[in-house]
Write a protein that binds this ligand. Structure first.
Ligand code: NAD
Length: 483
C-alpha cells in the first residue's frame, strides 16, 4: 500500500492533527491500494491559511518576470511526471490512460497563463487616474475529482500569476493527485507558504476554508449544492467567490444539420470521461420526426466504446469514480425507465464482460420528455437523454428551461440561422458544429452553473483587486511600476 500520510503546509510535509488517514479504493479492482491523510480539523486549515497569509506580503510584490520564471519551473517539474500522473489518475479515479489530455492538458493551460503575464497590463489609466490591478490575497482553491489534476492546476497557476498565495483542497476522491501537485510545486522552488495542500472532507476542510476570516477569495469547482454552501459560508466575511458548478447542457440539432455527424459527436462529448464532465452535452434536442434515425446513429456509436482496465491503452471508457457515483447513476437509469423514456441502448446493471469495477453501461434514452428527471438533473455518468422538439422556437425554450447554463451546442448548416439560434442560448460556452474550445477564452456558467469565469485574462482577473489611485497623475511616469 502506498502511503500519503502528510499535508503540505508552509513548505514542509506533516501529518494532519490527529494523524487521521483513509483508504483509497481503485475503482477498477474495487480494492484499496493506498492510504492518504485526512485533514480532519479546522486547525490544519488554520495552519495552512496562516502560512499563506505570511507568504502573501513578499509574494505579492514579486516581479512579473519572477512569476513567469516560477511558472516555467513548475511546467518543467510537471512535464517530468506526466506518465506517472496519467497512471495515478487511472488508479485513483478510473480515467483511462488513453484520455491523454487529462494528463497533458494542464501544460497548455500553464503556458497560456505564463504567456499572458508577458502582456497583461496590471496598470492602466483612465484620464488622470491610475488603475492598478493587485493580487487579491489568500485564495482557497476547492476542486472536484473529474479533472483531478487540470482543475487544481488552472486555479493554482492563475493565482500564482496574479501574485496570490493559496491553500488547495482537492476532492477526497482524488487526494493523491493533489499530493503529486504539491510535490511538483515544491520541486519547482515555489516559496514556502505560497502553495499549501490540505486534504480531507468537503464538509470539514472545505467548510473551514470557506469561512476562514483570513481567506480573501474562494475559487470553487464542484456541484451546485456544495457551491451554495461555500457561498453561504463565505458571505459572513464578504469574500470574493468564484464558482464553477454543475450543468445539463443541451446540444440542439437544427433541422438542416448533418444528423449523423451531430449524433456521433454528441456521444463522444457526452461519454468522454465516462460522462463525468461538467460541460457534457447530456441532453440532445432532435426534431421529433427523426427520433428513429438518430437512435440508430447513437446506438451504433455508443457500442464502439471499449470498457475495461483504465491502465490498458485500448480502453476508451473506464469505471466511474466510486461506488456512490455508480449507484447514483444506476438510480437515474432506473428512474428514466420508470418515467417512460425509451431505452435505446445500455441500461441498469453491470456490463456482462466486466467482472469487477464500478462500470456503467453507455446508455441512451430517446423520446425523453423535457420534464423527466433524466432531462433535468445532472447525472454525471454515461447517460444521454434525447428530447424531441416540434419547432426551433420550442427547441430554444426546452434548451433554456434548466436551472443550469454551462455549455450549449448547436448543429446546423445555415451559419446565419444557427448563429441567431445560438444567441438565444443562456449558457457560458457555445460550440457550433462541434467546434473545439481553447485555453485562452473564458470558461464558466450562467444561472446555477456558477459565478465568474476561469482561464485567460478574464480568469486572471478573478484573482485581482482593482485600485483607483487619484492625485499622482503628474508623477505617474516616474512612479515604480506595479510589478
Ligand atoms: P462536490 O461538490 O461533491 O465536491 C467538489 C469539492 O467541494 C470537493 O473538494 C469537496 O470535498 C468539496 N466540498 C463538498 N462539500 C463542501 C462544503 N460544504 N464546503 C466546502 N467544500 C465542499 O463535486 P464532485 O462530485 O467532486 O464533482 C462533480 C461536480 O463538479 C459536478 O456537479 C460537476 O458538474 C462539477 N464540475 C463543474 C465544473 C465547471 O467548470 N463548471 C468542472 C468540473 C466539475
Amino acid at each position: 500500500m502506498h502511503q500519503h500520510a502528510n499535508l503540505y503546509i508552509d513548505g514542509r510535509w506533516r501529518p494532519p492533527e490527529g494523524g487521521a488517514q483513509k483508504d483509497v479504493v481503485d475503482p477498477y479492482t474495487q480494492m484499496p491500494f493506498a492510504r492518504v491523510a485526512m485533514g480532519g480539523s479546522a486547525a490544519d486549515v488554520d495552519d495552512a491559511v496562516m502560512a499563506a497569509r505570511r507568504a502573501f506580503g513578499p509574494f505579492s510584490t514579486t516581479s512579473v518576470s519572477d512569476r513567469m520564471a516560477l511558472i516555467d519551473r513548475i511546467i518543467a517539474a510537471y512535464e517530468e511526471r506526466v506518465d506517472e500522473i496519467a497512471a495515478i489518475m487511472a488508479q485513483e479515479v478510473g480515467i483511462p490512460v488513453s484520455a491523454r489530455a487529462q494528463a497533458t492538458g494542464p501544460i497548455g493551460h500553464m503556458k497560456v497563463a505564463r504567456d499572458l503575464l508577458a502582456s497583461y497590463a496590471f496598470e492602466s489609466h483612465i484620464d488622470d487616474t491610475i488603475i492598478r490591478r493587485e493580487p487579491i490575497g489568500v485564495c482557497a482553491l476547492i476542486t472536484p475529482w473529474n479533472w483531478p489534476i487540470q482543475t487544481p492546476v488552472i486555479k493554482a497557476i492563475y493565482a500564482i500569476a496574479a501574485g496570490c498565495t493559496m491553500v488547495l483542497k482537492p476532492s477526497d476522491a482524488s487526494s493523491i493527485c493533489g499530493v503529486i501537485l504539491a510535490e511538483i510545486f515544491a520541486k519547482a522552488g515555489t516559496p514556502d507558504g505560497v502553495f499549501n495542500l490540505v486534504i480531507g472532507r468537503g464538509s470539514v476542510v472545505g467548510a473551514a476554508m470557506s469561512s476562514h476570516p483570513e481567506v480573501d477569495m474562494i475559487s470553487f469547482t464542484g456541484s451546485t449544492s456544495a457551491g451554495a454552501k461555500v457561498g453561504e459560508a463565505a458571505a459572513q466575511s464578504i469574500k470574493r467567490v468564484s464558482l464553477e458548478l454543475g450543468g445539463k447542457s443541451a446540444n440542439i440539432v437544427l433541422q438542416d444539420a448533418d444528423l449523423e455527424k451531430a449524433a456521433r459527436w454528441n456521444i463522444h462529448r457526452c461519454f468522454f470521461n465516462a460522462g463525468q464532465s461538467c460541460h457534457a452535452p447530456s441532453r440532445m434536442l432532435v426534431h421529433k420526426d427523426r427520433m428513429a434515425e438518430v437512435s440508430a446513429y447513437l446506438t451504433d456509436e455508443a457500442a464502439r466504446y471499449r470498457l475495461g482496465d483504465p491502465r490498458d491503452p485500448g480502453t476508451t471508457m473506464g469505471p466511474v469514480v466510486n461506488l456512490a457515483q455508480h449507484d447514483s447513476i444506476q438510480r437515474y437509469i432506473e428512474t428514466g425507465i420508470a418515467e417512460g423514456a425509451t431505452l435505446a441502448c445500455g441500461g441498469a446493471g453491470r456490463p456482462d464482460d466486466q467482472p469487477t469495477g464500478y462500470f456503467v453501461k453507455p446508455t441512451v434514452f430517446t423520446d425523453v420528455a423535457p420534464g423527466m428527471t433524466i432531462s433535468r438533473e445532472e447525472i454525471f455518468g454515461p447517460v444521454l437523454a434525447v428530447v424531441p422538439y416540434g419547432s426551433e422556437a420550442e427547441a430554444l425554450e426546452i434548451a433554456n428551461d434548466s436551472p443550469y447554463g454551462l455549455g450549449g451546442y448547436v448543429f446546423g448548416s445555415d451559419r446565419t440561422r444557427a448563429y441567431a439560434f445560438a444567441s438565444g442560448l443562456r449558457a457560458g460556452r457555445i460550440c457550433f458544429n462541434g467546434a473545439a474550445t481553447n485555453s485562452v477564452t473564458p470558461m464558466g456558467g450562467y444561472k446555477q452553473s456558477g459565478i465568474g469565469r476561469s482561464m485567460g485574462s478574464v480568469g486572471l482577473e478573478e484573482y485581482l483587486e482593482i485600485k483607483s489611485v487619484y492625485g499622482f497623475d503628474e508623477e505617474a511616469a516616474t512612479l515604480p511600476a506595479f510589478s
